[in-house]
Design a binder for this molecule. Structure first.
Ligand code: SAM
Length: 381
């Protein structure tokens, strides 16, 4: 199955996935708004771009959905949170009234209040306060919440939940939306992973790729386990390899660049360690690697089709232990998105039965795509 978003889930309540005349909202990385608009319209020509702000794009649906459409699917892999747009509210009191108007009163709702991105990934000033404004608005909404209206406690959504999205930006109206939660989405407000955000990257981690990998595992729910063996193409300086080592995986890293000493010297209590293949990936042969590889990762700054050809060569059967491939796909510019379906087909041809792509919060001009084998899907179940 190739998908860039969540599989289907029908909604019978008053809130529903967008149909003709309705609005659709998506949040995304700052700077990706135009690319998201073009990509979503190319995939779904009935969408008409409407209100948009940095990190937030909305569309009006000009025609009916096709029967084959998945009502909960992401309009584009660049969308991080998405759903039916309810509209703009000037303040929390107006928001509560609009939510009441848009939803049936007996329907238990989950509240996701979050700030849209203000900076490109990695560009937020060190003293930026992220999340404070959303926490304040959430508290106000809860204080105003009408008695007797069912509200689900906590923020982590469960599959099937009706989630109300409240998107906050300083000095601007609140933007309100609704979606049904599905396991293929991240469960937390705005498609973020709050645990990852609140836990600083360990100071000894050699690069931001540490968080990128943790986000990738959280989003894909890749069943990575201690004792597994991973191959990482493009491993230097070693943020992702370090994250895997800390999880107890043995990592074979391939890079022409220099690995950080912390990666070379780390030994996990289980004995897991890093094995360095200091060579271009084209020169690494299957005989240089163990037969029992569980994961192949790729983060090389090469064109995706070039990187994926090497992944395919090294991941190809017989690889009886293989659980999946986790690939960061570098884009020259946003127009490269038009090749995504071809790249996903390359991943599927590696014997993967579940293939999806998204732009993770930490991804810059890149996408994350993964494939799981049948064994990987079974292990995750
Ligand atoms: C984004 S960095 C990788 C970051 C790394 N995953 C981490 O966790 O720190 C991309 C890496 O790809 C490597 N690279 C590019 N082309 C390569 C090739 N043909 N063979 C091996 N490594 C390559 C670069 O040397 C660079 O270290």
């Amino acid at each position: 199955m190739i998908a860039s978003a969540a599989p289907s889930r029908q909604t019978r309540a008053r809130v529903s996935a967008p149909s003709a005349g309705e609005f659709l909202f998506c949040t995304c990385q700052v700077g990706a708004e135009s690319a998201l608009k073009s990509d979503a319209v190319a995939r779904e020509p009935s969408l008409r771009p409407a209100y948009s702000r940095p990190g937030l794009v909305t569309f009006k649906r000009a025609g009916p959905r096709l029967a084959s459409d998945d009502p909960e699917a992401a309009p584009s892999p660049l969308a991080r949170a998405w759903g039916r747009g309810i509209g703009r509210a000037s303040d929390p009191a107006a928001a509560v009234a609009m939510i009441a108007e848009a939803t049936s009163s007996a329907l238990p709702l989950r509240l996701h209040v979050f700030e849209r991105d203000r900076w490109r990934p990695g560009e937020a000033p060190a003293d930026a306060l992220i999340g404070g404004a959303a926490a304040l608005i959430r508290a106000e909404l809860l204080a105003l919440w009408p008695e007797g209206r069912p509200l689900l406690l906590g923020e982590a959504a469960e599959p099937g939940d009706h989630v109300i999205d409240v998107i906050v930006a300083e000095g601007e109206p609140l933007y309100l939306g609704h979606h049904r939660h599905h396991p293929a989405r991240l469960a937390w407000p705005g498609g973020q992973a709050p645990l990852l955000l609140s836990q600083p990257i360990p100071p000894q981690a050699p690069s931001r790729a540490y968080r990128k990998l943790e986000e990738a595992i959280a989003w894909s729910r890749a069943p990575v386990r201690a004792g597994d063996v991973a191959l990482e193409l493009g491993s230097a300086p070693g943020g992702a390899s370090y994250a895997l080592l800390r999880r107890g995986l043995t990592v074979h890293g391939v890079d022409t660049g220099v690995m950080d000493p912390v990666v070379l010297t780390t030994r996990h209590a289980s004995g897991a360690r890093f094995i360095y293949h200091n060579a271009p990936m084209s020169q690494v042969q299957r005989r240089d690697l163990p037969t029992a590889l569980h994961w192949v990762l790729c983060d090389v700054n090469r064109a995706p089709q070039v990187a994926l050809r090497t992944v395919a060569r090294l991941a190809a059967a017989p690889r009886p232990a293989l659980m999946g491939v986790l690939c960061t796909l570098k884009l020259d510019d946003w127009r490269a998105l038009r090749h995504l379906d071809g790249w996903l087909r390359m991943i599927e041809a590696m014997g993967m039965v579940e293939v999806r792509a998204t732009q993770l919060p930490s991804n810059r001009m890149e996408l994350f795509a993964y494939g799981l084998t049948e064994a990987g899907v079974q292990r995750r179940a």
